[in-house]
Each structure stands twice: as C-alpha cells, then as structure tokens.
Design a protein around this ligand. Structure first.
Ligand code: DGJ
Length: 564
C-alpha cells in the first residue's frame, strides 16, 4: 500500500498528511475504495488515503424521490460526509429479472451535487430478520421462497437460509445492482455496501424444517470446527455433540452466513467494493438465550463462523442500541479484532450516546453512523427527548462539526497508531492515555481548579481525542473535558517502577528521586483547512493554567511540551 507520511514542520506544527486526497474534481480516475490492514489497524482508503466515515443513516422508507430532499437537508445540517441509505429489493426488481436502476441513479446524482459519499444498504432477503423487502412476486410464492419453520412446525416471519430459490434470486439481483454501480460510479460516490440488514431470526434459534434438521444431525463442517477452535473433536460429530447448548445458534449462523456469503460473492465478482454485514446484538456482558435476541446474525459469539463462511464480507459490524455504558463500550471492544475493522453502521443519535463516537475512534473505527437522522422521521419522538426541529441531530452534528475538517488527519493518525480517543465512563471522573514518555490526563470535572471539585459529580458527556505528532507535540481536542499532560518517564524508568505522580493538578512526576514538571511551550488554537493546521492564536494564562479546557464549542489545539 502507499506509504503514509506525517510531517511536522520545523516552524510549528504544520501537520501534513500526504497522500492527502487530491480534490475529486482534479482527478480523472478514482481507484475503487478498499480496506487495508497494517499491524492490526485498519483504514478505508478513499482516493488512496485513509478516510473516516462521518455517517448518518436515513430512516427505512426515506429513499424515494419524494423524500430525498428531507434526507439531504438533514445530512448537510449534520456535517456528515457519508449517507447510509437503503436500496429496496421490491423497488429494484419489481418483476422477475427486470431491474429498475432509477433510484440508484437519482441517489448518485444528488449525492454528487452535494459532494457526499454513500453507503448502500441492500435490503434483500433479510431486513431485521424478516423478508419484508422481497418483491411482491416472491412474497406471493411462499412455497418456493419459504420461511423458517419453528419447533412446532409453523412458518414464521423469517426467511429460511435453506431456500435455494430465494438465494438464487438474491444473488442475481445483488449482482445486477453491483454491475450497474460498476458501470455508473467511476467517481466512487459509493464507498461500501451493506449486504442484507440485520440477518437472523427472532423467536426461534434456528430453522427446524426437515432439510435443516437433517443437516443439524449431520457432521459439523470442517471450516466451522476450525473457526471455533474445535479441531480435535471426533470426526463426523454432529452440531449438538460438538457445541452443546450453543449448537442451534451456531448452526443458524453457519446457514445464514453461507447464504449471505454467496450473495456478497456474486456482487463482488462484478464490482469489488468493500462489503459488510450488520448485527442486531445480544448483550456481550450478560449471556442471553437466543429467542430473546436475533439468532443467526453476526453477533459477537459467532463472528469466526461468519468470517469462515462469508469471506466476501469484509466487516462484521455492530448496530449498537444497548442502553448501558459498559455494554456499549464492551460491544466496541468485541468487534474491534485483528481480523475485523471496527465500524458502527447504526447506533442512537441521542445526546447520551454522542460521546461514544470518540470511544469508537479510540478503537480505530473507520466510520460511525447514528440511525434515523433525517427529517422524514416516522417514529414518534422519544419521551424525554428535547423536541425542537434539530434537537435529534445536534449531538451528532456537534461531533461532526469538530472532526469533519480534520477527518483525513484523524483517519491517518489512527491508522498509524498515533491517536487515542475516549469517552467518559459512568464511574470515573478522569482517565489517563499513555503516549510513551508522556501521559495525557483527561478530566471530566465541572470545575477547573482541583480544589473546587471536592465532592462534585462529574460531566457525563465528556470525550477527548489526543494524537502524538512529534516527541513532545500533540494534537488535542474534546468536548466537555479538560486535558493535561504529565511526564511518564522513559520506558526503562517505567519498567523499573518507582514513578510517583503528583496529586491535584497532577502535571508532575517524581522519577528516580527527582520531581519533573511539565510546562507548556506553546499551545496553539486553530483549525484544519485543506489538510494543514491553520493557526489562529496562542492560548496562555487562564486558558492553560489549569489544563486545557474544552466546552461544547469546536476547538482544536496543537500543543508543544517540555519539562523543567
Ligand atoms: C435496526 C435496523 O437495522 C434499522 O433498519 C431500523 O429498523 C432500526 N433498527 C430501528 O431502530
């Protein structure tokens, strides 16, 4: 891959990020977006430079000529750079084999007018575990395009992964979509495609049709044994014998992943865009029984099965609607794997969740996309949510206003392993980010002077991002927090132990029996314009004496440190 370079100019902190994307207009050919991996970190390369998707997902029924204006105006208000929006199978193939590209073409034209990228969501065989987006001609033939059968032998509201005719139709339709995209999108307006939507089945752990039962009684396929680390089992052992209580869920995941893998492969063969699947989650902290969560989709317990059965899928991604902070953070952690880039294609846009965007960045997320952020809102307002026109957009807009102008730099620094970002946990009022011989200390206290914080609760919306630009130079930003630095000692001194940090302001450390204090050499406030940091002013005095405070207003700092 192209070497990415960060250069710090001698006269301050011009952060350049070659290969900065050339302006889209000046390019004649745009390479196909691709996912790259280096040392377990991922980047989505768009025009051959790491790109951070600042996304928003439209409501389900928003992709129509009549409703698109209400989508775009919200996307622009958000300062998003990528719209995630469905393509409906029922609209795309109204009659067998007749494909209607008109909505895709309209979307592309309108996105380009607004210099916006797209992620297309293929609402095909599965949408939230059901088959509601199959074309009418398929819905009318449930014998051919059959449903999952539950334990009682009844057809339920979920497509069977063993319906060969459904698979065949989906493969053909998805390939037709990708073929058309390949023909009309040399500008690469579309960055990525989601294959199906929240696959799986609610209310039954698997299909109990005679065909499914026969396979369930048969031997576990070798690739599943390998993926789940069970290679030493008796040859020919069946699902129950190998996996015990997990057998049904693993079996259903295997069947669905195999189906979706074939749909994705058919599309990728004609146009190899990055592809992902999204999961309706189970709680990663408290094991649940599968009838309470959607069985068979790419939940964290079956990611290896999905990887083995659907290699054309690049990313297994979590739709995070879990209410608790620890559940949310744990979910980010379990989807951030050496073999899986972290991408959050759906989550709530509520004020309480806005800080998790930073927690995702801290795990090198390649993109983040709250759900339902357009003015077509068909859901009733959530009780307790402020109900002004833009209240539901503001938490996300605040994040994207801040990060948008430097999204290329953030993506590159993250890919290079130089960036850390974090969100306030429920039970701690400060956090420490380690950068070699400096620690960045993030505090979420309301008051700036430590003495004023005694007995105070802390801010619950705080988030911070710190990236190391040079040995003693940092990019720092955040919302509702204060960031400061303290010397952490050299790696040898850290290993030897015996480093004592000062209390209170905590910008000093006693290392090898001697107090070392940090001092700000220069704190520059500014912002990123076309890939370079534009200096506005030096902060000092009240603006730095008690650390570097960040409010809800967008503020980006370049900080240079030394010790005395
Ligand atoms: C998750 C689904 O993937 C979306 O399409 C939408 O139905 C949301 N749930 C609604 O909250």
């Amino acid at each position: 891959m192209t070497a990415a370079v960060l250069a710090i100019s001698a006269s301050g902190f011009a952060l350049q990020a070659p290969p900065q994307a050339p302006s889209r207009a000046s390019m004649t050919a745009h390479p196909i977006p691709r996912l790259v991996q280096q040392d377990g970190r991922y980047a989505l390369m768009v025009d051959e430079a790491p790109y951070l998707m600042l996304g928003a997902q439209s409501n389900n029924s928003s992709d129509w000529p009549a409703t698109l204006p209400e989508v775009w105006s919200a996307i622009e208000y958000l300062h998003a750079n990528t719209l995630e929006i469905p393509i409906y199978w029922e609209q795309f193939e109204p009659k067998p084999g007749q494909f209607d590209d008109s909505e895709v073409d309209l979307l592309l034209a309108q996105a380009r007018q607004r210099h916006m990228h797209l992620v297309l969501l293929w609402f095909g065989t599965w949408k939230n575990g059901s088959q509601h987006y199959m074309p009418e001609w398929m819905k009318l033939d449930p014998t051919r395009y059959f449903h999952v059968m539950n334990k009682e032998g009844e057809s339920i509201d979920s497509p069977s992964p063993f319906a060969a005719a459904s698979l065949d139709e989906d493969r053909k339709a998805f390939a037709a979509l990708m073929k058309h995209l390949n023909q009309v999108d040399s500008e690469r307006t579309v960055l990525m495609v989601q294959v199906e939507n929240e696959t799986g089945t609610w209310g039954s752990p698997r299909d109990y049709s005679p065909e499914a039962n026969k396979l369930f009684e048969g031997a576990v396929p070798p690739e599943v044994l390998k993926a789940m680390g069970r290679t030493s089992v008796t040859p020919g052992a069946n699902w129950e014998a190998v996996f015990g209580p997990e057998a049904e869920v693993y079996f259903h995941a295997w069947a669905i992943a195999r189906y979706v893998g074939q749909v994705a492969a058919a599309g990728k063969a004609v146009y190899p865009l990055p592809m992902y699947v999204n999961a309706s989650l189970h709680d990663p902290l408290t094991p649940e029984v599968p009838v309470k969560y959607e069985s068979g989709g790419p939940t964290d317990n079956v990611i290896p099965i999905w990887k083995a059965e659907a290699p054309a899928i690049d990313i297994e991604a979590p739709d995070i609607y879990l209410p608790g902070t620890s559940q949310y953070l744990k979910t980010l952690e379990v989807y951030h794997r050496p073999d899986n880039a972290l991408f959050v294609p759906e989550t709530f846009g509520a004020p309480r969740a806005a800080r998790f965007f930073f927690a995702a960045l801290g795990l090198q997320a390649i993109g983040y996309s709250p759900f339902g952020l357009d003015y077509t809102r068909t859901r009733p307002a959530i009780p307790g949510e402020p109900d002004s026109k833009n209240a539901f957009l503001d938490p996300t807009a605040q994040n994207y206003r801040l990060i948008g102008p430097m999204m290329r730099e953030v993506a590159l620094l993250n890919f290079e392993g130089k960036l850390q970002a974090t969100a306030v946990p429920d039970d701690e009022s400060s956090q420490v980010l380690h950068f070699g011989d400096w620690d960045a200390v993030v505090s979420y206290q309301f008051r700036r002077r430590p003495v004023e914080n005694a007995g105070q609760t802390h801010n619950t919306s705080g988030r911070a991002l710190v990236a190391q630009l040079g040995a003693n130079e940092f990019l720092v930003t955040g919302i509702d927090c204060t960031v400061d630095f303290r010397p952490a000692g050299t790696p040898e001194q850290q290993k030897a132990g015996g480093i004592v940090f000062g209390t209170g302001q905590a910008t000093s450390a006693r290392i090898d029996g001697k107090w070392i204090h940090r001092q700000f050499l220069r704190v520059e406030e500014g912002n990123y314009v076309n890939g370079a940091f534009k200096f506005d002013r030096i902060l000092n005095g009240d603006q730095t004496d008690y650390g570097l405070p960040f409010t809800s207003a967008p503020e980006v700092l370049h900080v240079s440190l030394s010790t005395y």
